[in-house]
Design a protein. Structure first.
Length: 107
């Protein structure tokens, strides 16, 4: 297991465990993180698992697909340069300690 950090809209910081090859969306929903709605169940079809990647981590993530990019244009919360879909962020050993900020809304 790997630990990542989620920062809630109210500033609360929460560390959660993520299994090997699990997406950050799967881990967040498994831990009951209500700010991740995940309506499509992780199929990259809805943008309700939108997160903001901490600036220190943004360049360390795999490139965004065209589909993810298009979906983020329709996200409920403001799209920022570090916006990603958490269903597309699979945890690998080089992402230990990843920090994600949760938007104030998903729908």
């Amino acid at each position: 297991m790997t630990t990542i950090t989620l920062i809630h809209p109210d500033g609360q910081v929460q560390a959660i465990d993520v299994g090997s090859d699990e997406s950050t969306m799967q881990a967040a929903t498994r831990h009951g993180i209500t700010e991740i709605v995940a309506e499509c169940g992780g199929n990259a079809m809805c943008a309700t698992c939108h997160v903001y990647v901490d600036d220190a981590w943004a360049s360390r993530l795999p490139a965004m697909s065209d589909d993810e990019d298009a979906l983020l244009d329709g996200a409920a919360a403001e799209r920022l340069p570090t916006s990603r879909l958490s269903c597309q962020l699979k945890i690998t050993p080089d992402l230990v300690g990843l920090v994600l900020r949760l938007p104030d809304r998903q729908v």
